[in-house]
Design a protein around this ligand. Structure first.
Ligand code: ATP
Length: 343
């Protein structure tokens, strides 16, 4: 277990900074997720932590020690990337044992370690198979077992679940979190999938154009986004934004509900709207609509849970509302969060 820190870490490719002066401090034992759209610099940042990419400027510290110019093997880290890169001609056993054998560990000790890792990931019965005889999910577990076997102080994971189908992904996410908790190994995890980020991270660093837009717990970045980028990157559908003079006013789709679904006497802000389209998703209904005066005409989405039975029809107007505490304000020019409504 160790802390991971970056100081003004920068990577310049040709003309642009893929990573642009990032200061990050990952706590001991923490599960930190790097989340952001494609091309925002997540992988480049992770590769610099791993020692696979040389920074153009700045520093990397692991366990308080500067490792910026140390090779990967001197950093005591384990990496699992999207392509697991198992050795196809070796059995699962030998794949897992490989990093131990490579450092000359005695065979009996290797056998113990492999057995331990295999039992942790539930792959004991697969030890004699070759990678091609495994499913995607099993391969992923082998890759993780190979990563943990050396007792690294840091795990660096780059979209390790992206090759799995949706169902397996959910269970793999759950397993991964349990292993990480049990081992207590500091973990930095790259994904562009916000559900994965919300479900796995102790904290999430939301990246855009090589910079950290916000670092916070999943609930912080969801409920108190630092700017309109974070507000609209997280959430599906994303936060609604309504321009109102110098501010953008934001609210989540699940908070804008039919007026009558709030208890009488509750303070609410009225949002009359005209419904343009309705999508039935099973557990929820997505209602696409246009806000009506006194609000500026703005397209919004509401998410109604199935226990809000209001009969709604496309093309008609309805009284919707939300609690004032659910409104967020952003500066229209900078996109940055403002503490409260301007007076
Ligand atoms: P994705 O989710 O698509 O993998 P990412 O957030 O991991 O994206 P990076 O792979 O870190 O993004 O890339 C960040 C930026 O740096 C991109 O604009 C990419 O084109 C550029 N880039 C990455 N590697 C190189 C390279 N070796 N040479 C030149 N440009 C690169």
């Amino acid at each position: 277990m160790a802390t991971v820190e970056t100081r003004a870490l920068t990577k310049r490719f040709e003309t642009a900074n893929a990573v642009d002066g990032i200061d990050l401090a990952v706590r001991e034992g923490e599960f930190l997720v790097l989340l952001g759209p494609s091309g925002c610099g997540k992988t480049t940042l992770l590769r610099m932590l791993a020692g696979l990419e040389t920074p153009s400027a700045g520093e990397v510290l692991i366990g308080g020690r500067t490792v910026t110019h140390l090779p990967p093997r001197a950093r005591n880290i384990a990496m699992v990337f999207q392509s697991y890169a198992l050795y196809p001609h070796l059995s699962v056993y030998r794949n897992i044992a490989f990093p131990l054998a490579a450092v000359g560990m005695p065979r009996r000790e290797v056998a113990d370690k492999v057995a331990q890792a295999a039992s942790m990931f539930g792959i004991q019965r697969l030890l004699e198979r070759k990678p091609r005889q495994l499913s995607g999910g099993e391969r992923q577990r082998v890759a993780l077992a190979r990563a943990v076997v050396r007792n690294p102080v840091v795990f660096l994971l780059d979209e390790p679940l992206s090759n799995l189908d949706a169902k397996l992904r959910t269970s793999a996410r759950d397993e991964l979190q349990q292993f990480q908790r049990r081992l207590g190994t500091t973990t930095v995890y790259v994904t562009h999938d916000q559900i994965e980020a919300m479900g796995l991270g102790d904290r999430i660093a939301v990246l855009d154009h090589g910079r950290v837009r916000q670092l916070g717990t999943p609930l912080e970045v969801y409920h108190e986004p630092a700017d309109t980028f974070v507000a609209t990157f997280l959430g599906s559908p994303p936060m609604n934004l309504m321009d109102d003079g110098p501010v953008s006013c934001g609210f989540r789709p699940e908070h804008l509900l039919p007026r009558e679904s709030f208890p009488a006497g509750d303070t609410v802000v009225d949002f009359p709207l005209a419904v343009t389209r309705i999508e039935h998703l099973g557990a929820d209904r997505l209602v696409y609509a246009t806000l009506q005066p006194p609000h500026p005409q703005t397209r919004v989405v509401c998410r109604l849970p199935s226990n809000v039975p209001a009969p709604l029809e496309t093309g008609r107007r309805y009284e919707f509302a939300l609690r004032p505490g659910e409104l967020r304000y952003f500066d229209r020019e900078t996109g940055l969060k403002r503490p409260a409504a301007p007076t």
